[in-house]
Ligand binder design. Structure first.
Ligand code: ADP
Ligand code: MG
Length: 293
């Protein structure tokens, strides 16, 4: 039986699946595994094809695993998690993907060594370059991620200057199709999605989410949170009002302006990944070293 502990032969013939849990998301769990032919380490994302336990307000009731796999197969970039294989048996699908061993970027952001002050200008830009490069590539091949957040960004290892890898293409969509679905995670969700479920939006929604991630990266606190004001999350996002507290004193004006630009409520004024990458801001030593790594 293909249940939580008994994996089907179709999978175990090729892969050894350990019980080491790498992480859990809304739709299933990710286990550490090995490819039997060469003993290489892989991550195995197990998804229940029949129902989702997701309780966020995403309206997708059944996950389109086929779409997630198809999207990942199209992609090849150093800052995007690769897929090797996908095996579906009975009600489970097993995505065999690149193992990324340094944990979630989320854990790095909340690491006590940064004293809730953010990662600082130099390290922040090192990571900003990698994430903008990943999104630039994604958009160039017509894919919109739609759920960029620190939990869906993985660190290559425990080193401070690690390589970041964007993952979780469960919400991704080919942007030549009309995008209307209300999806994403409230604190990272673009205002045009929050504003109206019936109106089409563009890949600029990823730039907004990335702006939220980078805001936290540089300052240590999120741009929108119900913890500091009485305004509901949706209202905060719709107004797009940002508060630059003392954590920003050690960050350059140039960087602060870039983050503010990414968090422009009007999507037409918000920069594309191409525009971001062509700025002087992205031509720094930290960015060049990210490219070489
Ligand atoms: P979901 O779609 O359910 O959110 P994710 O793909 O985001 O699933 O995976 C859930 C969690 O599992 C991630 O947040 C991360 O902690 C862990 N994880 C996912 N993929 C990998 C991987 N390739 N290597 C290591 N850990 C991973
Ligand atoms: Mg996820």
């Amino acid at each position: 039986r293909a249940d939580d502990n008994h994996h089907p032969e179709e999978l175990t013939n090729k892969y050894h699946v350990t019980s080491h849990l790498l992480g859990k998301g809304g739709f299933g769990k990710v286990l550490l595994g090995y490819k039997k032919s060469d003993r290489s380490v892989v991550a195995i994302k197990q998804l229940n094809t029949q129902f989702s336990t997701r309780c966020s307000r995403a309206i997708a009731k059944t996950r389109d695993i086929q779409n997630e796999v198809e999207v990942m197969k199209k992609l090849s970039h150093p800052n995007i998690v690769a897929i090797y294989d996908c095996i579906t048996v009975a009600k489970y699908s097993y995505m065999v993907i690149e193992y990324v061993g340094g944990g979630e970027f989320f854990s790095k952001l909340v690491d006590s060594k940064y004293n809730q002050m953010g990662l600082g200008e130099s390290l922040g830009k090192y990571f900003a370059f990698q994430l903008i490069d990943a999104v630039l590539y994604l958009h160039s091949v017509g894919i919109c991620h739609r759920d960029i957040k620190p939990e869906n960004i993985l660190c290559s290892n425990k080193a401070e200057r690690c390589i970041l890898k964007l993952t979780d293409f469960g919400m991704a969509k080919n942007s030549v199709n009309r995008m209307k679905t209300h999806c994403g995670t409230p604190s990272y969700c673009a205002p045009e999605i929050v504003a109206n479920q019936g109106v089409e939006y563009t890949p600029k929604v990823d730039i907004w989410s990335l702006g939220c991630v980078l805001f936290i990266t540089f300052s240590g606190y999120p741009p929108f949170s119900e913890e500091y004001t009485d305004l509901k999350m949706d209202e905060q996002v719709l107004t797009g009002r940002l508060f630059f507290h003392e954590q920003w004193h050690r960050i350059t004006d140039e960087t602060q302006n870039m983050i503010q630009w990414m968090l422009t409520v009007e999507p037409l004024i918000r920069p594309s990944a191409v525009e971001l990458m062509s700025t002087q801001w992205m031509k720094c030593a930290d960015c060049l070293s990210a490219k070489q790594d």
